[in-house]
Design a protein around this ligand. Sequence first.
Ligand code: PMP
Length: 430
Amino acid sequence: MLVLDYRSMSNEALSAEKADLEKRYADFKARGLKLNMARGKPGVDQLDLSMPMLDILNSTSNIYASTGDDCRNYGLGDGLPEMRELFAEMLGIDDHNIIVGGNSSLNMMFDAISCAMTHGFPGCKPWSQQGHLKFLCPSPGYDRHFAITEYFGFELITVPMTDQGPDMDVVESLVKDDPTIKGIWCVPKYSNPTGITYSDETVRRFAALKPAAPDFKIFWDNAYCVHDLTDTPDTLLNLWHECRKQHSIDMPIFFASTSKITFPGAGVAAMGASEHNLTVFREHYSYQTIGPDKLNQLRHIYFFGNLDGVKLQMEKHRAILEPKFQVVQEKLESALGGKNIAEWTNPNGGYFVSVDVMDGCAKRVVSLCKEAGVTLTGAGATFPYQKDPRDRNIRVAPTYPPVSELELAMDLFCIAVQLAAVEKILADRA
Ligand code: PMP
């Protein structure tokens, strides 16, 4: 079949294409779909994988940690040693530099920012006493990261994402003279939403950063560190080791959780940081809690054993997710390939595919989909203040719907992308 570049089509041909797309769109609308691809949630069958974990603890289970502590009681503020070891292996940092928290890594990120605001880091004033502050937001990026720093009153600075990670020329030049820039959000592996993994050079440049602010922090959210979906997974250079070499170990704060390994909302989260930083956070936590949920940690430890157990579980996730990511690629390629109206990523892991539609069309695509019953992540959500300057990026989250529904949703999505493009090209020419 001959595929035409939309932008080189005549007005007549485009109008005919538009009429055809409108008809197909109306057919979809008439079906009364109700599908949701808005958030990166695991599907029901993925959640089922972890159900045996709920049977692991019962009234006869050994509920003592290797330290002898009774996991039913208060205590062990840094978490069970076995759980710290597991996160240490996942994140590639030392186990004594890990604090295991509650059920959510986002919660720990929020707390870290909150703690920096009210109490600050050694030798520096609390952030809240340093006047107007800024935070770097590689974009497209994770909306909930940006929202935390917006909530605390930071000015959000957009840093362009490249296929190697954040544009490091921009990062370096911004941080070197501006002490009001206090940090940067990073999802270094299978980034949300582009799915790219930071290159070795990017990681080295992060470790070698020389920010004007002595209390500048890299929020290294390795949420997708074990979430491979192909036989050729990405590898991420270890920032912890690179920072050791560069004597910048107080700069990064690492985060991860089992939300997309076991249960989002009922998993286990952890943070990792230098001794200096941990002193600050430990004090903060000592006021906040008398200890984390160690029974849930125990459940996870019994369920996995060690990192190999986690990897085995991730292979089961992959078996469920790989076909879904294939559907997305196939649908995008067959409907949009060669038309010069969209570009998209094809990640080796993670939870998202990032689609750039024609400039000025993302909002229209999302609203067309919504009207026909498919909810997508809001257009603009992947940028600070929900404002995509080019109104073109859409985060596709294919994990939640079953394959049959995903196929339908992607068919509709592709029609919407084409329809919005045709409308835009014709309007621009008018
Ligand atoms: N970080 C990233 C990059 C995510 O995509 C998500 C979930 N969408 C989270 C953190 C949330 O993690 P948690 O459930 O541990 O709070």
